[in-house]
Design a protein around this ligand. Structure first.
Ligand code: FAD
Length: 291
C-alpha cells in the first residue's frame, strides 16, 4: 500500500520547522526524522497526516557533545552513530550497551536517538535508558525552549508530553559518575525483534555497598517503568544473591503487564524479575571493576 497524499516540507532552520508545525492546517502534521517508525505507519495508512515536516536538513541537530558533566545528544544523531561514539561509550555506557539491541544495522543507520524517544514505544530501548538515567528532553516550540524531565515525558502508550507544535531537539544525560556500573539486558524472540521485556540498571558503589541504584523496565506497561522499590531494596546493601532476589521481587510486585502473541502476562513479569537480577548483578560487577 502507498501512503495517503501529504504535503512535504523540508525546512532548513528550527524556527521554520516550528512555524510549519504551528501553521493552521486541516489535518495533523508529523515530524519526520529517521522515518523508521513513521514511514511504515504511513505506508500502512495507520498514520495519514496532512503534512510532513522533514527535519533532516536542519543544521545543528546531529551533534554529540559532553560539557560540564552533561552529555548532549542532538535529536538527529543516528542510532548507529551514537553506538559508535567514544563520547557516548564513556559518558553513557548504558546507552552504548542498549543501542545494538535496536532492530538491525540498517534501521539504526537511519533511525535517530530523538526519533526513538519521541515515538515512545514502551518496548523500545532508548526511552527505557532515558527513564533510568532521568534524562532531560529538550523541546522547541512557538513559545521557545523547554526542558522536560524523562519522568514527565512519557505520558502514555506511544504518547509524550511534547505538544503538537513542539520538536524534540536534544537529549541531555548526566555523565556516568566514577564508581558507577551500568548494564542493559533484554529478551526478544529473535535478534532484532522488539524485546518482550528489557531492564536498564545503573549501580554506584561506596566500598561494597550500593550508594545509588537506578532501574527501568521496558515492555511491561504503557510507558517505561522506573522500579523505585527495587532501587530502594538495593541502597545500603551489598549486592549478593539474597539482595538481588529481594530487589527483583520488589521491582516486579506492582507490575501488571499485558499479554500478547509473544508472551503471557505472568511470563513477562517473571522475565522482568530475572532481568533485574541479571542487569543489577552485571552493573555492580562493572562498578567494582571501574575502581
Ligand atoms: C523492522 C524494524 C525493527 C525495529 N526494531 C526496533 C527495536 O528493537 N527497538 C527500538 O527501539 N526500535 C526499533 N525500531 C524503530 C526504530 O528504532 C526507529 O528508528 C525509532 O522508533 C524512530 O526513530 P526515527 O528517527 O526513525 O523516527 P521517525 O520514524 O521519523 O518518527 C517516529 C515518530 O516520532 C516523531 N518524531 C521523530 N523525531 C521527532 C522530533 N525530533 N520531535 C518530535 N517528534 C519527532 C515522528 O513524528 C513520529 O511520530 C524498529 C523499526 C523497524 C522498521
Amino acid at each position: 500500500m502507498k501512503p495517503a497524499a501529504f504535503e512535504y516540507l523540508s525546512p532548513t532552520s528550527i524556527e521554520e520547522a516550528v512555524q510549519a508545525l504551528t501553521d493552521p492546517d486541516d489535518g495533523d502534521t508529523k515530524v519526520l526524522a529517521g522515518g523508521q517508525s513513521l514511514v511504515p505507519l504511513l505506508s500502512l495508512r495507520l498514520a495519514q497526516p496532512a503534512r510532513i515536516v522533514d527535519i533532516n536538513r536542519i543544521p545543528g541537530l546531529g551533534e554529540i557533545t559532553e560539557s560540564g558533566g552533561v552529555l548532549t545528544i542532538g535529536t538527529l544523531v543516528r542510532q548507529r552513530s551514537a553506538e559508535h561514539s567514544d563520547v557516548v561509550r564513556r559518558a553513557c555506557p548504558l546507552m552504548a550497551e542498549a543501542l545494538p539491541h535496536i532492530g538491525h544495522t540498517a534501521i539504526r543507520n537511519r533511525g535517530t536517538v530523538g526519533g526513538s524517544i519521541a515515538h515512545a514505544d514502551p518496548a523500545a530501548e532508548l526511552p527505557t535508558v532515558a527513564a533510568c538515567l532521568d534524562a532531560e528532553l529538550v523541546a522547541r516550540g512557538p513559545r521557545g525552549e523547554r526542558v522536560i524531565p524523562a519522568a514527565e515525558f512519557f505520558t502514555g502508550f506511544f504518547t509524550t508530553a511534547l505538544a503538537e507544535d513542539e520538536i524534540l531537539t536534544a537529549v541531555r544525560i548526566r555523565s556516568a559518575a566514577p564508581g558507577t556500573g551500568a548494564a542493559y539486558e533484554e529478551v526478544s524472540r529473535r535478534h532484532g525483534d522488539f524485546a518482550m521485556a528489557g531492564v536498564a540498571a545503573v549501580v554506584r558503589l561506596d566500598g561494597d555497598v550500593v550508594a545509588e541504584a537506578r532501574i527501568a523496565i521496558s515492555g511491561v506497561d504503557l510507558v517505561p517503568v522506573r522500579a523505585g522499590k527495587a532501587e530502594a531494596a538495593l541502597v545500603g546493601r551489598v549486592v549478593d544473591e539474597p539482595t538481588l532476589v529481594a530487589a527483583a521481587e520488589a521491582g516486579v510486585a506492582d507490575l501488571h503487564p499485558s499479554a500478547d502473541l509473544h508472551g503471557s502476562a505472568p511470563y513477562r513479569k517473571h522475565l522482568a524479575g530475572v532481568l533485574i537480577r541479571k542487569a543489577v548483578r552485571t552493573a555492580a560487577q562493572r562498578a567494582r571493576e571501574s575502581r
